[in-house]
Write a protein that binds this ligand. Structure first.
Ligand code: NCD
Length: 298
């Protein structure tokens, strides 16, 4: 038994991250044991999902556990509150995985649960399990580097995956083993406020300058534009789209990451290039989530 809830990256201590990464790596190599007793994981997704929900469900089945899922025709359509729903489901399950469209609601909702809650994304705020997957993937391909340049493109303002990844990277006691240089393309996003690591360099560039900087990048972390969140806010119509020409400018050992789903920013023709690691990220999601479930309830 490790963590109680995982609501934000800040619930993680160095030893939790180390334990989860180590166990995920052993699971990755095929070495793991089923849960000591049969447990039930409940998925409650009040916002759409493919990877996060199904990888948690698959992770639980692989560990020999069972799943219950809140259906779309639940009593929410009769006006039942989210708090009552959570209070109810937590009587039936040993762990809840919860996604919600509202920012900063997890702490409030978790109070209604008798069992641990994992935040599977709250609005544009946090996505801590994706951050663990992303750090695992970054380390997987960059273990020998002393300095790491990560470029973030796409929707830096609303991306909860970037926000959580930055917060996880910020905690330099996590022994990342490399100095960071972060490059971002959005002047609005408070990346410089979130990142406060000694030795970390931050460069804010314009979208038109991406091709000048891309040759120095070790990790290109792309995101889609979260159009569903742009209510009353102007969308910058100049989208960054990855091309084969840009790909050829990248270092031979650079990697491209994307939390997915993708839109036109990442054309399918990029997938066959060896630098494309976003489907490996998808696969790593299973290892991290299996490790997390074991850490919390086994
Ligand atoms: C993302 C999410 O839901 O935050 N996907 C994921 O969980 N892997 C990214 C997105 O919606 O753009």
């Amino acid at each position: 038994m490790g963590l109680k809830h995982l609501l934000t990256v800040n619930d993680l201590k160095k030893e939790d991250v180390d334990a989860i990464m180590k166990m995920a790596s052993s699971i990755h190599q095929g070495n793991y044991e089923s849960l000591k007793s049969t447990k039930i994981l409940a998925t409650l997704f009040f916002e759409s999902s493919t990877r996060t929900k199904l990888s948690f469900q698959s992770a639980m089945y692989k560990l020999g556990g069972q799943i219950i899922d809140l259906p779309s025709n639940s009593s929410k359509i009769k006006g039942e509150s989210d708090a009552d729903t959570i209070q109810t489901i937590s009587k039936y399950a040993d762990i809840l995985v919860l996604r919600h469209p509202k920012n900063d609601i997890m702490e409030y909702l978790a109070k209604y649960s008798d069992v641990p809650v994992i935040n599977a994304g709250d609005g544009s705020n946090q996505h801590p399990t994706q951050a663990l997957i992303d750090v695992y993937t970054i380390k997987q391909y960059n273990s020998k580097k002393e300095e790491l340049t990560i470029m973030f493109t796409g929707d830096l303002y609303y991306s909860r995956t970037i926000r959580s990844l930055l917060e996880l990277l910020k905690l330099d006691e996590f022994n990342l083993d490399f100095k960071l240089h972060l490059i971002s393309t959005n002047k609005y996003y408070p990346i410089d406020k979130i990142i406060n690591i000694s030795d970390t360099k931050f460069t804010c560039i314009d979208k038109d300058q991406i091709d000048q900087y891309i040759e120095n990048v070790d990790v290109l972390y792309m995101t889609r534009l979260q159009e569903e969140r742009y209510i009353g806010r102007e969308i910058d119509s100049r989208k960054f789209i990855m091309t084969k020409e840009l790909l050829n400018k990248m270092k031979a050992d650079a990697i491209i990451m994307h939390p997915l789903p993708r839109n036109e920013e990442l054309p399918e023709e990029i997938d066959s290039n060896y630098r494309a690691k976003y489907f490996q990220q998808v696969k790593n999601g299973l290892f991290i989530r299996m490790a997390l479930i074991k850490n919390i309830i086994d």
